[in-house]
Each structure stands twice: as structure tokens, then as C-alpha cells.
Design a protein around this ligand. Structure first.
Ligand code: 2HG
Ligand code: ZN
Length: 471
């Protein structure tokens, strides 16, 4: 087939709404959120449904055209950005955004991959339920994207990562066939668990087009607390205290360092610190319950008072309204945006055993400062999961380009500490393009061999999201 032919066939199949070829219209799909990568896709495909998508993949497969699936394009690691080769198309899932079914008795939501996480949350809420998945980018990030990266987020502590919420999947395979795995069974031990192979595979094994997600009953009450802490050790002690107090109700335990909070207050409009004085360490804690009985808030208040008496908490406030709860959550969720507005950054999405987070937060800044005096640390994240976003900004006097040119050296300094503590170089954002070079060292040998065997079995011609995960 000549190079023009697949595009003609795709135009016939998808129609004018489903195929974008004008360079100006392609541009937003060609660049990642962090503006680290810019590709040159031949076209952007926007199929309207699974059948169209499968047929489009079949055409691409026949022509040897690479496919880069893309949801909300919010990847932190370039996971959905095409290469500059010109031999790929972007496959945008945005038109597959329907709620197919919702069942408050089964507690399941069947939804298409291009729906945003926020739309899925809203659909669940309208049925008196909750989708227990929440991430800062949920207004743009899509279900297909969060499943393909096995996103974590703010409620992992209580409900697990994205993969723990999936009962069934519909997937278009690299040759254009469709795997109809949209079962909504709580138990289904019938050989290999295929859905788990596609979850977290970053679109390299197949294209998720729909999913059955687990819901929970909507909580009847929640308490959001925000606290200034004397140290990272105190944050860990407070987490333990919260877990011992009411493990079943503890939904989120988030950490924020002082510099990240300064950036939020400086760059994000309508934000303010709800405490009298700034600190070097903060925690955001949320408890929620479907129980209706009184005393829930008082119980958290009492626990915070005990934490203050024990010296774990310097100052704290409890949200007195839904608006206050949202304002407190904004302080945490706007960290990525604030950092983007502040300029260049080198990001490390790492995890260590929960008990070692304080040691990590002591050793990693020291390692970075030894490498680059004056480097500025923006550390925040999901302390309850041992997942810290250990992000770095250049010293005040260093040009951004000079700083970014040293990204591997800076990442190596952080990852040396992560390795010593038995952690992971990729906790919840995935490997994408950014971290492929780390795979041989961190996952080499048998592990990478097994991953390659899967890749060959599912996508023998290497058409799906090439250049991601594998070095
Ligand atoms: C968050 O937790 C996201 O806000 C983004 O995972 C983290 O910007 C980051 O490094
Ligand atoms: Zn995060």
C-alpha cells in the first residue's frame, strides 16, 4: 500500500469529523502537557465508536502505520505523545465518551474510554454512588488513560490503584480484532486475568475502549483536615495515628512540603493558607463514611487534639463546609499547575515503603544539593501510599535550559536514594517516554524479557505506542 492509501481509506471510514490532517489542528495532539516532547503525527484519528476504531486500527495495521492512543493528554512522562518520525497517527479516544450502563445494586459503571474521570465521577454520583478514583487532572484525564497508566491518585490508600477498580474491559487489539471482556463479575477465575495485562500497559498491548468499574455507595459524611507539622517523621506518626483511629474511614493522607505550598499560594488565584503561619511540612487528611451516625467529625477533632498534644501537629483546621473542603483540596491538587507556572522542573514520581518516607525526604534533598547547590525541592504527594512527587526547580541563578540539560544526573541522584530504600522509579505516572532509559537497569533480566514476550505476543509488529516503556 502506498503511503497515501491508508489515509484515504481512513478518510472514507471516519469521515471529516473523524480524521484531522491540517497541521494547525494536529498541533495540540502532538505535544505533551509538560511540553517536553513534540511529535509529527501523520494525522489524528477520532473514531466515533468501537467498531470504527477497530476498523481504523485494521487499516493502520495493514499499512504498517504506528498508532499512539491518546486520552486527555495529561501524561507526566510523554506517554501519549507521538514521535517525530512521521510514521504514526494519534488515535484520540475523545468521541468514545458514553456511559453505557450504571448499576447501583451491582455497584458498577460501564463507561467508554474517552470519558473524563470527572464525567465518570458525576455519572456515579447521579446514581447515589461514588467512583473511588480521584486525581488532580480528573477534569481532562480520561478513563482509558488512567487505566492504561494504572493511575493512583488521592484515594489509593483506601481503594487501591486504578487496576483494583476494574472488573471488565473492552479492548481493540493491534490487528483490529476486539476483545469483548466487559464482564461485571466480582469473581471470574477462568484462566489468565487478561484485563490486568492491559491495565498499566500504557497502550502498548491494545487500546482500551470501555471498562466496567467498581463503585461504592456515596459517603454520607466526610471530614477534611489540614495540618502544619514539625517534620516528615511527624507526618508518618500522624498517618499511623489516623490508621489506628479509623482505618476503614481514612480515605486520603497527602503530604506537602513548604516550597510547593509557597508556589501554589503565589501562582494560583484565590488560594490562601487556612492556618496562621506557614510551615515546612503539611498534611491533608480525609476521612469519609457511609455511616450516618453523629460524632464522626468530633472523633477526628479529638484525634487531632491528641496529635497536637503529642507534638505531631503544630496547628490544624477542619473544613467546616463543602466549600472549605474543596479549598483545602485545591491547595494540594494545584501543585502540578503551580509548578508549571513557576517554570522548568525535573520530576520524580517515586515510591518507597511507607515507613521510609521520612528517610527519603531527608536523604533525597541532601543528594540533590550535593550535586547542585541551591537546587529547590518541591516535594509533595500521596504519603499514605509511600508515593512522593519529588520535583526539582533550578537554583535561582541557573538558566532553565542549563538545568534541564542535567535532568538525568538529577534524577540519578534521587533514584540512588530510592534504590537504597527499596523503592520504585515510577510509582503512578508510568514509564512513558521519559523513563524508558531506566528500564534495563531497574527492570532488566527476567522481568524485561517477560515484558518483551508479552509485547511480541500482543503486538508482533510493534505498532502500538512505540518508544514507550521499552528502551
Ligand atoms: C499529583 O499528585 C499528580 O498532583 C502530579 O500526580 C504530580 O506534578 C506532579 O509531579
Ligand atoms: Zn500524584
Amino acid at each position: 500500500m502506498s503511503s497515501a492509501e491508508p489515509l484515504a481509506a481512513l478518510a472514507d471510514l471516519l469521515g471529516p469529523r473523524g480524521l484531522i490532517t491540517a497541521p494547525a489542528d494536529i498541533a495540540p495532539y502532538a505535544e505533551d502537557w509538560r511540553r517536553l516532547y513534540r511529535g509529527r503525527p501523520r494525522a489524528v484519528l477520532r473514531p466515533a465508536n468501537t467498531a470504527e476504531l477497530a476498523a481504523a486500527v485494521g487499516i493502520c495495521a495493514g499499512a504498517g502505520l504506528g498508532i499512539v492512543p491518546q486520552g486527555g493528554n495529561t501524561s507526566m512522562v510523554g506517554g501519549a505523545t507521538p514521535s517525530a518520525s512521521g510514521g504514526e497517527v494519534v488515535l484520540a479516544l475523545s468521541r468514545l465518551n458514553r456511559v453505557r450502563a450504571i448499576d447501583p445494586v451491582d455497584l458498577t459503571l460501564t463507561i467508554e474510554a474517552g470519558a473524563t474521570v470527572k464525567a465518570a465521577q458525576d455519572a456515579a454520583a447521579a446514581a447515589g454512588c461514588q467512583l473511588p478514583l480521584s486525581i488532580a487532572s480528573e477534569g481532562s484525564a480520561t478513563i482509558g488513560g488512567v487505566l492504561s497508566t494504572n493511575a493512583g491518585g488521592n484515594m489509593t490508600l483506601r481503594y487501591g490503584n486504578a487496576r483494583d477498580l476494574v472488573l471488565g474491559l473492552e479492548v481493540v487489539l493491534a490487528d483490529g480484532r476486539v476483545w469483548e471482556g466487559l464482564r461485571r463479575l466480582r469473581k471470574d477465575n477462568t484462566g489468565y486475568c487478561l484485563r490486568q495485562i492491559f491495565l498499566g500497559a500504557e497502550g502498548t498491548l491494545g487500546i482500551i475502549t470501555a471498562a466496567v468499574l467498581k463503585l461504592v455507595p456515596a459517603p454520607r459524611q466526610r471530614v477534611v483536615a489540614f495540618a502544619a507539622l514539625p517534620s516528615a517523621e511527624a507526618a508518618l506518626s500522624l498517618l499511623t495515628r489516623c490508621q489506628r483511629r479509623d482505618q476503614a474511614a481514612l480515605v486520603a493522607f497527602e503530604y506537602m512540603g513548604g516550597h510547593g505550598m509557597e508556589l501554589v499560594l503565589q501562582h494560583i488565584p484565590d488560594t490562601q493558607l487556612p492556618l496562621a503561619a506557614a510551615a515546612e511540612h503539611y498534611a491533608l487528611v480525609e476521612f469519609a463514611s457511609s455511616r450516618a451516625e453523629a460524632g464522626f467529625t468530633e472523633d477526628v477533632e479529638e484525634m487531632i487534639a491528641q496529635a497536637m498534644a503529642a507534638g505531631e501537629v503544630r496547628d490544624a483546621t477542619l473544613a467546616a463546609s463543602e466549600a472549605q473542603a474543596r479549598a483545602i483540596w485545591r491547595l494540594r491538587e494545584e501543585h502540578a499547575e503551580a509548578q508549571k507556572r513557576a517554570g522548568a522542573s525535573i520530576k520524580n514520581d517515586v515510591s518507597v515503603p511507607v515507613s521510609l518516607v521520612p528517610e527519603f525526604l531527608r536523604a533525597a534533598p541532601a543528594a540533590c544539593r550535593a550535586l547542585m547547590p541551591g537546587i529547590r525541592v518541591v516535594a509533595f504527594g500521596h504519603l499514605g501510599d509511600g508515593n512522593i512527587h519529588f520535583n526539582l526547580r533550578p537554583p535561582e541563578t541557573m538558566a532553565e535550559a542549563d538545568f534541564l540539560a542535567q535532568d538525568h544526573a538529577v534524577m540519578d541522584a534521587v533514584l540512588g536514594v530510592v534504590r537504597r530504600l527499596g523503592g520504585s522509579f515510577s510509582a503512578e505516572h508510568g514509564v512513558g517516554r521519559l523513563k524508558t532509559y531506566l528500564m534495563p537497569d531497574w527492570r532488566g533480566g527476567v522481568e524485561l524479557d517477560l515484558m518483551r514476550a508479552l509485547k511480541t505476543a500482543f503486538d508482533p509488529h510493534g505498532l502500538l505506542n512505540a518508544g514507550k516503556i521499552f528502551p
